[in-house]
Design a protein around this ligand. Sequence first.
Ligand code: NAP
Length: 316
Amino acid sequence: MSRPTILLLGANGQVGYALQTVLASLGTVITCTRKELDLSVCNEQSTLLSELVKKVSPAVIVNAAAYTAVDQAETDTEQARTINTVVPGLLAEAANAVGACLVHYSTDYVFDGTKKGSYQESDQTNPLSVYGQTKLAGEQAIAKTCTRYLILRTSWVVGAQGGNFLKTMLRVAQERDSLRVVADQIGAPTSANLIATTTRHLLLEMLAQPASDPRWGIYHLAAAGQTSWFYYAQYVLSQAREKGWPIKVAPEAIEAIATADYPVAAKRPQNSKLDTSKIRQTFGLVLPDWTHGVEEVLTQLTRERQDLLRVPPSGE
Ligand SMILES: NC(=O)c1ccc[n+]([C@@H]2O[C@H](COP(=O)([O-])OP(=O)(O)OC[C@H]3O[C@@H](n4cnc5c(N)ncnc54)[C@H](OP(=O)(O)O)[C@@H]3O)[C@@H](O)[C@H]2O)c1
C-alpha cells in the first residue's frame, strides 16, 4: 500500500506536535499551522480550507487545532465558535469532497460533570462554558456531514510542548513558597503522546474502511485512573523534586481548595472522568495509568532543563 498523505492542522499545539512525529511512520504528513492559515478567518463563506484540502488531496485530515483558552472563550465567543465549530464543519465537507477521513479531538467539557460515575459516549451532554458549547457544536457539525470520521474526546491534556497545568505547577512552585490548588474536580491527565499513538493505531485499522463500517464515530480517550488537580500537583512536584528541580513549595505548603475559592471566568465540570470501555474494546487497546504519561513528560522536561543548564554562557 502506498503511503497515505495526512493533512495535520494545529501541528504546533500539544497534541499536534506529538502527532507530527507519530504519524510520520504512517504516511506523509503535511502540516498546517497558524502561519500557513489563520483559522479565525474561516467563516461559513470561506473557501480557504476546501481549497487547501483539494490542493493537498489527503487520505486523512487530522484536526488538532482548537481554541483552547477556556476562560478567554467566555468573552471571545466569535473566535471560539469559528475555530471550534465552523472549522470542523468545513473540514467535514472538504473531507467528503476528496474522499478523506477526518480525525478530530473534543473534550470532557461537553459534559456538566454532575454524573456520579465516568461519562460514556452516549451520556447526555450539557456544556457549562462557551468553550464546551463550541466544541460540542463542532462534534455535531462533523457527525451531521462527514461520512468517515473519528472524534476522540479527551481530558486534561499534558505534553512537553505547549502550555498545560503540569508546566504551570513546575513554574510557580519554583517561584513561590505555597500553592492553592482545586481539589474538588476530578479527571485523568492524558498525555499528548498517548493521544497521538492511539490516533495512529486507530488510523491503521480504519484508513481503508468504507463509510458503512460501524466503528466510525465518537470515542472517549483518556488515561486510566483518576485524580484531582490537587493530587496531580502534589504528584508532579514530588516527582520533580526527586528529579532535581529546585521546587520551593514544601509538600505541606500545597493547600487543597474548593472550586468556589478559585473564581475563574468559565465554569468547569466537577467530574471529568471519561469511560474508555468503547475505544478499548473496539480497538483492543490497553490504556496506561495517568501517572505514566505525566512521568514521561516530566522526564522529557527534566532532560531539556539539564541540557539548558549545560549550555555554556554566550558572549563575554
Ligand atoms: N488542553 C487540554 O487540556 C484539552 C482537554 C480536552 C480536550 N482537548 C482538545 O484536544 C485538542 C488538542 O488540544 P491541545 O491541548 O493540543 O491544544 P493547544 O496546545 O492549545 O493547541 C491548539 C492548536 O490550535 C492552533 N490554533 C488555535 N487558533 C488558531 C488559529 N486561529 N489559526 C490556526 N491555528 C490555530 C494553535 O496554534 P498556535 O500554536 O499558533 O497557537 C495550536 O497549534 C483540541 O481539540 C482540544 O479542544 C484539550
